[in-house]
Design a protein around this ligand. Structure first.
Ligand code: PGA
Length: 252
C-alpha cells in the first residue's frame, strides 16, 4: 500500500506575510480536520522556505522547493543548490515542472543532473512529466511521457529511483480548469508504472508514488485519487486557498 501524498505547488505567488498566513491556515485546518495518514507537502518559493519550515516543525506537514540547480556550487548567479535546500533543511524538491521545461528550457539531460544533485543531498525529487495539448491531439502522449521518464530517470539505480516521487501533469490541464478524466489519468499512470516495471521490475515500480497534477480541485480530487495508480496530487492554483487545499487533502 502506497501512502497518499498531496503536494501544493505555490509557484510564484504570495508575499512573506501572506505565505506565513496561508501556512498557518493550512496547519490549523489540517490539525482539526485531517484524520487520515496523508503526506502533505508545501512547495513554496525559495524566500519562504525557511519560515515555512519553522512553522511546520513538529507537524506532519513537510516543505519542498520548486527547483534546484544541476550544479553543485559556484558561479551561477541567481541559482539555488540542492546543498542549500538540504541545509535549511528542506526535504523535497519539484524537478522538471512543465513550466520549467517550457519557459526555462529544462530538458532531459539537464533534469537527469538535477535529479542526481538532489539525491546526492538526500532530497526527495518530485519529478514531473506530462504532454502538451498538441502531443495529446496527435496521440503520441504515451511515447513522450515514456521518453521524459527515460531521459530524466533511467540512469538511476533501482535503489535510487525508489526514493523518488513522480508527478504526471498533462500540460493542457495545468491552470486551465480542464482536468484529465479519471480514465485518462489512470491510463497514463499505468503507462508510467509499466515503463518503470520494464526497467526496474514490478516491486520497485509498485513502490513509487505517482501523483496527478492539473486543475485538481476539491470536487474532483476524491475521484482522481481513487484510481488504483494515482497516489495523490500535485496541486497548483487550489493550493493557494487553505480551504480548497485542505478539502483536496481530505479527498485523499
Ligand atoms: P494547477 O497546477 O493545479 O493550477 O493546474 C498544477 C501544477 O502546475 O503543478
Amino acid at each position: 500500500m502506497r501512502t497518499k501524498i498531496v503536494a501544493g505547488n505555490w509557484k510564484m505567488n504570495k508575499t512573506l506575510a501572506e505565505a506565513k498566513a496561508l501556512t498557518n491556515e493550512v496547519l490549523n485546518l489540517c490539525i482539526s480536520e485531517v484524520k487520515s495518514a496523508v503526506k502533505v507537502i508545501l512547495c513554496v518559493p525559495y524566500p519562504f522556505l525557511q519560515s515555512t519550515t519553522e512553522q511546520c516543525e513538529g507537524t506532519t506537514i513537510a516543505v519542498g522547493a520548486q527547483n534546484c540547480s544541476e550544479h553543485e556550487s559556484g558561479a551561477y548567479t541567481g541559482e539555488v543548490s540542492a546543498a542549500m535546500l538540504k541545509s535549511i533543511p528542506v526535504p523535497y524538491v519539484i524537478l522538471g515542472h512543465s513550466e520549467r521545461r517550457q519557459y526555462f528550457r529544462e530538458d532531459g539531460p539537464m533534469l537527469a543532473k538535477k535529479v542526481d544533485r538532489a539525491l546526492a543531498h538526500q532530497l526527495t525529487p518530485i519529478f514531473c512529466c506530462g504532454e502538451p495539448l498538441e502531443i495529446r491531439e496527435k496521440g503520441t502522449h504515451e511515447a513522450l511521457v515514456r521518453q521524459q521518464i527515460q531521459e530524466g530517470l533511467f540512469h538511476l539505480s533501482a535503489e535510487a529511483i525508489g526514493k523518488l516521487i513522480i508527478a504526471y501533469e498533462p500540460v493542457w490541464a495545468i491552470g486551465t480548469g480542464k482536468t484529465a478524466s479519471t480514465q485518462q489519468a489512470q491510463d497514463m499512470h499505468a503507462v508510467i508504472r509499466k515503463e518503470l516495471a520494464a526497467k526496474y521490475g514490478d516491486k520497485v515500480a509498485q513502490s513509487i508514488p505517482i501523483l496527478y497534477g492539473g486543475s485538481v480541485k476539491p470536487d474532483n480530487a476524491k475521484e482522481l485519487f481513487s484510481c488504483p495508480d494515482v497516489d495523490g496530487g500535485l496541486v497548483g492554483g487550489a493550493s493557494l486557498k487553505a480551504r480548497d487545499f485542505v478539502d483536496i487533502i481530505k479527498g485523499a
